[in-house]
Design a protein around this ligand. Sequence first.
Ligand SMILES: [Zn+2]
Length: 325
Amino acid sequence: MTKAATIIPITLPTPFDVGPVNCCLLIGDAVTLIDSGPKTDEAREVLLSFLKENRLSLKDLDQYICTHYHPDHAGLSKEIQQAGVDTLMLKEAVPYVSGDSDFLKWADSFYIDLYRSFGVPDSLGRLELLKLKKYREFISPFMPDLTPLPGEGVPGHEGFIFLKTPGHAPDHLSLYNEVQGVFIGGDVLLPHISSNALLEPPPLHEKERPKTLLQYRETLQNLLTLNLETVYPGHGEPFKNAHELIRKRLHDQNERAKAIEKLLSDEPLTVFELCIRLFPKLYEKQLGLVVSEVSGHLDLLQEEGRIIKVEEEGLFYFRQTGAVR
Ligand SMILES: [Zn+2]
């Protein structure tokens, strides 16, 4: 007989600005761990003692599902896999988690070129790349054992299916149970902060970078059609009223787009110039996030035909459609 699923959340410390991360045990016919925390002694210790409190060790897990490649969620994946636990992620995660050196080099040169075209000073761009390298140290490379397809049932958990929910990360996977209205959503929807649709390189040897904010908005629109009774987020407390929050996120994005459009009414600006104007206190410290935020909303304005991009000596300038320079 199928047991009703039990979800036991656990919060692990991270060394990142986002604060602690939530993982959880999903207990049904199978015992499944979802997400693992960063590769730090502190996170490992809390995770292992949490399992112990539930009379489990890593070896007792039937499977481990990781929502996305970010080290605060995927950092300890390899150690869990080495304990003999099947590790599941979407196939889009493979270039990110496998430590593929060609892809990492590709990603680094993508960011260098993109930041230049955005008008980011080289010194700041280099600093951001160093931060990215440091960030990658909080995960050991591994290769997922299984790459489930969106829409497939979660093994051992009747009623739960895998959903592909890209935008915050290109490989983002969520778990959904329509009957119970349960959504285990990683970083797709966070109660206290908006999820950043981070800039990502295109897949190896492809030209066009993904428009991550547009992907994210499509994900949010799709979520509005689901029965989201309770959301278990990757950061913050589980929450209800998810549809209201989704509508707020979409509304806030529209407002930010309007603010950017307004700034472009006087003169064409680069991404970096917009970053300084919109986030004067934050842009140096959180450049990666700020650049993603601005360029994502520029993608949105371009998609809607409200602004255009012009290139001048290797720099991209954005201006309102119809405005004359
Ligand atoms: Zn994340």
